[in-house]
Structure formats: C-alpha cells, structure tokens
Design a protein around this ligand. Structure first.
Ligand code: URA
Length: 249
C-alpha cells in the first residue's frame, strides 16, 4: 500500500507531517537513493528505501501487549487532570507508544490490549468483525436461570438495542451472582447498563478475554507481550494476515 512521503516520515517518528514537507523541500530526503523535492510523492513502505540526511528511516516495529488492569485506574495515557491514576504508570517501561484498544471503566478490571497497530485496533473494536469480549461480573441479587433467556434475547438501552452473544450463571455467592457475559461491541458501560436494566447492578466487573486472547494468570497491574501464536490467532480472528518480521520480538 502506498503512502505519501510526508505521512511516512511522520509514521516513522521522524517529525510531524508539516515539518516533513520542510525536510523534503530542503532536499534532505532520498527515496531509493534519489533526492525527492516534490511534496506529493507517494512511496511503498515495503519496497522503497527512504533516507533522511543519509540515514534510513523505518516505521517502529509493531508491539502487542496485554495488561491486567486493576480497578482504580483510568484507561488513558499520560496523566489525568483530576489526579486519578492512569494505566500510564503501569506500562511506563514499554518504549514504543502503544495505545489502549478501547477502554475499561475506572473500576473495571482485567484484560486490556495495547498496541501501536492502528489497523488491528480498529478491527478489534469494530462490531463488523464480531470479536467477542468476555466479561465476568458479580451482580446484586440472585439471578434466576429463567431470566437468562430474556437476557439472551436482548433489550433496548438508551442509545440502541443490546444483545449479548452469550450469558451464563457461573455461581451464586450469598445474595449475589457471578455471571459470564459476552458482547462483541464496546459501547460505553454496555455490560453495566445491560445488567442494571435486568435489575442486577454490577458490583465488580472483570474482562477475561478478547477473541482468542485470554487474561489467564497474568498478575494484576502487570503486562506482557502477546506470543507469536496469540498474535497470529488474533489477526486471523479479525481477517488480517500476520507477518512476524514486523513485530518486535
Ligand atoms: N462494559 C462496562 O460496563 N464497563 C466496562 O469497563 C467494559 C464493558
């Protein structure tokens, strides 16, 4: 796929697109050994060699990380103006700038995927690719088994209809119930709103899987790189082809 040269330079972290145009005008950029001064030039990152001041530039390697987000952290990079903790402090030792794929609420725990691969992130989130996100929720009340059928049929929420891909009771804990519920869409507070509409407000919410990726026994607050196998499965699940040489490892 071809991209404009200024965009490629910004993708590679050389500079902003606008400043990349200045570098091009100054004759500091070569494509396949030739100085390029025209601003509209497009290049193919897979086959063209781009240099700035005689040094080859390449896009950063792709990185795919999962974090076990604890409750009490905002899903955002950088700091929060209100002083609440953010996941930034948990991933500060990752040198690549990886972005969270979707959000977990401040008090939701569990599996958060982070990557610098925008295409993969879009597909993980887009309902069209139907990638299931599996949650375990502790809810108020004893959920009777016969309510599951109604839940499976879906319900109208304030913004739109919501229908889980699956819902089941895991166990009862006194006056509360542990439920496993799966949605392939990531609308804001969807699990909490959905279960509250059935009269069972969520007390605790944990995301345990995103498609083929499982949280497993990753300790709370810790991150790890996905294995090559996991990346391959995730790509397949959203209809992408995986090329291991682009991945940091
Ligand atoms: N649904 C919610 O209600 N909260 C989350 O954090 C994720 C899904």
């Amino acid at each position: 796929m071809q991209v404009r040269l200024n965009r490629y330079l910004s993708m590679c972290g050389v500079t902003s697109r606008r400043k990349a145009d200045d570098l091009i005008k100054q004759g500091r950029v070569k494509v396949n050994g030739e100085v390029v001064r025209s601003l509209g030039v497009r290049i193919d990152p897979d086959t063209d060699r781009v240099e700035v001041d005689g040094k080859e530039v390449k896009p950063p390697k792709k990185r795919y990380v999962i974090l076990n987000k604890p409750s009490g952290y905002l899903t955002q990079l950088g700091t929060s103006p209100d002083g609440r903790r953010t996941i930034q402090e948990l991933i500060k030792d990752i040198p690549e700038r990886v972005y969270p794929v979707g959000r977990l609420d401040y008090n939701t725990e569990g599996l958060l995927l982070l990557t610098n691969d925008g295409e993969l992130a879009n597909r993980v989130l887009h309902p069209r690719y139907k990638l299931p996100k599996v949650y375990v929720a502790l809810v108020k009340g004893v959920v009777p088994k016969n309510k599951l059928r109604k839940m499976r049929a879906g319900i109208e929420l304030e913004d739109a209809f919501a229908k889980p891909d699956d819902v089941k009771i895991l166990r009862y804990e006194g006056p509360r119930t542990w439920i496993q519920i799966t949605f392939h869409e990531g609308r804001k507070h969807i699990v909490k709103r959905f279960l509250a509409r059935f009269g069972h407000p969520v007390v605790k919410l944990i995301r345990v899987a995103i498609g083929p990726i499982r949280l497993g026994d990753l300790p709370k607050g810790k991150w790890r790189d996905l294995t090559g196998r996991e990346i391959g499965r995730l790509f397949k699940a959203v209809g992408l082809k995986y090329s291991p040489q682009e991945v940091k490892g």
